[in-house]
Design a protein around this ligand. Sequence first.
Ligand code: CS2
Length: 440
Amino acid sequence: MPAERLARDIRPPVRIAHLGLGNFFRAHQAWYTATAPDAARWGIAAFTGRSRPLATALTSQGGLYTLIVRGPDADRLEVIGSVAEAHPGDDIASWRTVLTRRELSVVTLTVTEAAYRRGRGGGLDDTDPDVRADLAAFRAGAPMVTVPGRLVAGLNARRLAYGGPIAVVCCDNLPGNGTATARVVLDFAGAAEPALLPWIRDNVSFVTTMVDRITPRTTPEDVASVAAAGRPDEVPVVTEPFTEWLLEGEFPRGRPAWDAAGARFVSDVTPHELRKLLLLNGGHSLLAYAGSARGLTTIADAVTDPTCRAWLDEWWDEAVRHVPLPAAELTDYRAALLERFANPRIRHTLAQIAADGSQKIPIRVLPVLRGERAAGRPATGAIRALAAWITHLRGQGAPITDDGAQPYVDRAASPRDVLTLLAPDLAADRDLTAKLDELT
Ligand code: CS2
């Protein structure tokens, strides 16, 4: 088969800016935008977190890339055309310019939980050295590195250019992610440029979403497989067939017809967000720590290991009590999750999911632990997940990749000390700490 290079003449006009150009965004929001019937009218200017090579590779392919939709039996290749421009994250000048364009209607974000730089209460962590440096950089007109800083710099440029209203759409796995984003943006703006606060209140709609599509890292074999299919692509993305996107909020300047591509616009994302965060992501975190400590490598390995599978069921039995959706819907969701997790052709590594546990455990596990203990129940599944993370902090299983882990690593010898830092409200529960001692 002759090799066809990815190239194109026509690009959709940029009306969306994205921060966090990585695999998940390319499998999810970029796919919805490319699949919507009005795709020709909605292009995305996408900025990486830091990576230059990805922006360079995508630019050389005209923003096009191959999505490898990997089912349990076969791959389907799709060329995605919604990324009209790809920029490295440190190109703050282009970021500001894109944000000033009047036709820009939407900013989307996939930057990971840790990138919002939230402190314990959910507001901007002003003790974070990068946040402090960005506040100083903002005042000096210098480049910024944090997401709240970059967002505020872009919004300020838009205000000064009379760019008009815009929707900011958070697509990270945080509860109430629209409100969470608004909070750090308003905190940063309040400290950096108070004149921006009323403009944000009048012009920026923070949309809350639940996003879902399992997207493992691309491997050299994946790159070789598209080349072998006659479609060379330096930066393809692998994803599963399943995808879900729920959104709640206003789009003052319009949006692509994402609903025609399967997205759902709802009045309250919360129950669906809990379903996904506790069952899928909570299940993932449990398997990442407990499975890697048992010497397993991928989610598919872990879910077919009888011991891990029993722990997953135990966790789900508890977690479903905290998701306000009909029991039948949750039963179906669990069955579908098992199939998705067991897809043997998706190599979703436990090490990838184990990253940033200090950000994930409070969101994915603690709500169930608190709810179960408050109801006078043992919370064995939640305790097991927490214990698995503590043993990970002691060096078992997947390596630690987590900028926020050190204070927990320092305390990992004593589960009680970990709890005192992680969830002080639970640290006095002696029965709980005794169970953690037993399991760690
Ligand atoms: C995973 C998520 O890495 C992780 O922590 O739990 O990336 C998960 O695969 C996605 O949220 C699925 O939509």
